[in-house]
Design a protein around this ligand. Structure first.
Ligand SMILES: Nc1ncnc2c1ncn2[C@@H]1O[C@H](COP(=O)(O)OP(=O)(O)OP(=O)(O)O)[C@@H](O)[C@H]1O
Ligand SMILES: [Mg+2]
Length: 245
């Protein structure tokens, strides 16, 4: 994925027992680009995002953001550097309202405005994402797709957003909500200047949003290019369909 840039992964490796879930991944991410990350089930996409967001510690390798080594940092520290994420299994605080859910990641940040201003910002973000009519409802009342959208709204509360990591945000999401998510991702990229790494099995959406696509298989990055370029590579076809007999 090019040299230098916003964020660089060097020899990033993570094992679970005998499984090498992420195997010696080296890649660079340029600022302002929307990247796709695709690959068969179990190829290591979520694990890579878990490493990049500080949820898991690396067994080997480094994560360098603007020249600064971050591989020892925990998730909340990664978030304060602007590495923000959503989860494949959507996470929300079920008994808290949507507004309260949005306030969770920011109220503890001493660099931020007071609570009233943050609350105003949360309402604005809910308006942008079309969830404002549910602002005072508990998150437990949301559908799966709305919870995915809430995760994206929560990501929008961060300042700065340097790198937005999205793990299967469209899985099981109804078309109308998906449209809103796509518009929101575009706006985060355009207006906030965020680099995006989108993990998705939906090739139509990957084609729509991502100018560059990386492919993982058995923990390794095996191809990088436009979706059409990587889709024609024999190693990618083989990763998805198996070796020709
Ligand atoms: N916490 C864990 N403990 C043990 N093994 C794990 C753990 N997380 C992932 N793995 C293993 O690591 C490998 C990569 O899994 P990962 O979830 O990263 O793949 P993925 O590409 O996100 O798959 P999917 O497309 O199904 O979401 C798999 O073999 C998986 O079983
Ligand atoms: Mg996954």
């Amino acid at each position: 994925m090019g040299e230098g840039g916003l964020l660089r992964l060097e020899h990033v490796t993570k094992r679970f027992g005998g499984t090498v879930a992420v195997d010696d991944v080296t890649a660079s991410f340029e600022p302002g680009v929307i990247y796709g990350l695709i690959g068969p089930n179990g190829s290591g996409k979520t694990t890579l995002i878990n490493l990049m967001s500080g949820l898991y510690g690396l067994d080997r390798g480094s994560i360098v953001l603007d020249g600064q080594h971050l591989e020892q940092r925990r998730a909340h520290q990664m978030a304060s550097f602007g590495i923000v994420r959503t989860f494949q299994m959507p996470k929300a605080f079920a008994t808290m309202t949507l507004v309260e859910n949005l306030l969770v990641p920011v109220t503890g940040d001493h660099r931020r405005e007071g609570l009233a201003a943050l609350r105003g910002q949360a309402v604005e973000v809910l308006e942008h994402t079309g969830l404002e009519h549910l602002a005072d409802q508990p998150a437990a009342s949301l559908s799966g797709g709305q919870t995915m959208l809430l995760q994206l709204a929560r990501a929008l509360m961060h300042e700065p957003i340097r790198l937005l990591l999205l793990d299967e945000p469209f899985a099981g999401v109804a078309p109308a909500i998906k449209e809103r998510m796509i518009a929101t991702i575009r706006r985060i990229n355009d207006e906030r200047g965020a680099t995006v790494l989108l993990v998705s099995h939906e090739m139509t959406t990957v084609r729509l949003l991502c100018s560059r696509v990386a492919v993982m298989n058995t923990g390794r990055l095996i191809a990088e290019g436009t979706l059409d370029e990587v889709a024609n590579r024999p190693e990618v076809v083989e990763a998805y369909l198996g070796k020709p007999i």
